[in-house]
Design a protein around this ligand. Structure first.
Ligand SMILES: NC(=O)c1ccc[n+]([C@@H]2O[C@H](COP(=O)([O-])OP(=O)(O)OC[C@H]3O[C@@H](n4cnc5c(N)ncnc54)[C@H](OP(=O)(O)O)[C@@H]3O)[C@@H](O)[C@H]2O)c1
Length: 295
């Protein structure tokens, strides 16, 4: 991975925290010829070593960062003070020749919207949520915007792998309503779109514009695995315990549909709790997600 290390060179986009999302963002920046630099905590793969310590006033870690039009913060800032500190440390060590301020983009999560109904980026959110507090502070003290992301998936991160963690019992499945996701490729497209068409002090909600039903997904994935287990190609390759688990999930879904009076899948969005309306960001940026229909 060729990543700009020289601090003397200015960049269009500085990624503070080149983690999972950057595996999609960096290839896009290269394709779009957007000049960038990226950090990790240990400086791996040619990135700039940088760790934000909210308690430290040492400007050293900031001085080695390049001047950027847009600074993308991928790691969570929490509670009061952290966003203000990061912005002031960066702005005090970096001045643009025309004295304009850098744009900050913070990646956040959609978990700040909790009400069990349709919600979009303008809906009330949990103001006491520690990430929301930091996001609000960022937007108050800088030219900051926030992209609150639904569940991230793509490449090795696949929603079907989440089910064993979140559904251990029939009662867990009963409690599962909607799932909202966004593919890493669309997160990358969203960051580039926001960099080019910046919306200061604006919080966005980013989804792939689907409301998935956990029961529907559980049933579909179970059927797919059982079909693979019976196919000539995979016969004998899928452990018995995994096959049993799929049969169990299939039974639970069917039983719950009968017990809860659900006539067909997917359930209506009005009956799966919190439903997120992600149209606003895409409409404003005049692009639409290119990934959807998780399998
Ligand atoms: N997982 C989900 O489904 C989901 C859903 C919604 C939102 N989100 C949020 O989306 C964002 C991006 O997710 P991701 O999966 O790309 O994250 P990730 O892979 O964990 O990447 C975070 C990056 O930030 C760096 N970092 C962490 N703490 C830091 C600090 N104090 N100072 C400087 N750098 C620091 C990490 O450095 P190292 O590379 O050295 O570790 C890493 O490069 C996160 O804020 C996450 O909470 C996640």
């Amino acid at each position: 991975m060729q990543i700009l290390k020289s601090v003397d060179e200015n960049v269009n986009l500085l990624i503070l925290g080149a983690g999972w999302t950057s595996t999609f963002l960096i290839p896009l920046l290269k394709r779009e010829q957007i000049k960038y630099a990226a950090t990790t905590r240990n400086g791996r793969d040619g990135t700039i070593p940088f760790e934000f310590d909210p308690r430290s006033s040492d400007t050293g870690p900031f001085e080695i960062l390049p001047l950027a039009e847009t600074v993308l913060i991928t790691f969570p800032l929490q509670g009061e003070g952290q966003a203000k500190h990061l912005v002031s440390m960066y702005e005090s060590t970096h001045q643009k020749p025309d004295n304009s301020k850098p744009h900050f983009i913070q990646l956040g999560a959609t978990s700040i919207w909790t009400a069990p109904k349709w919600q979009d980026e303008s809906s009330p959110y949990e103001r006491n949520h520690s990430r929301a507090i930091a996001e609000d502070e960022l937007m108050a003290c800088s030219e900051g915007a926030v992209l609150n992301l639904a569940g991230l998936y793509g490449n090795a991160r696949q929603p079907r792998d989440w089910i064993d963690r979140v559904v251990k019992s029939k009662s867990d499945l009963k409690g599962k309503g909607a799932l909202h996701v966004i593919h890493g490729e669309d997160v990358a497209r969203a960051v580039v779109a926001l960099h080019r068409n910046f919306t200061p002090k604006k919080r966005w909600l980013l989804t792939d514009m689907h409301v998935y039903d956990w029961w529907d997904l559980a049933q579909d994935w179970a059927i797919q695995t059982l079909q693979r287990a019976e196919s000539d190609i995979d016969q004998g390759d899928i452990p018995i315990a995994k096959i049993e688990r799929q049969r169990e999930l299939l039974n639970w879904v069917g039983e719950l549909m009968v017990e809860e009076g659900v006539k067909a899948l997917p359930r209506d969005t009005s009956s799966v709790g919190r439903a997120l309306d992600g149209r606003g960001f895409w409409k404003t940026m005049r692009i639409w997600p290119i990934q959807g229909r998780i399998r």
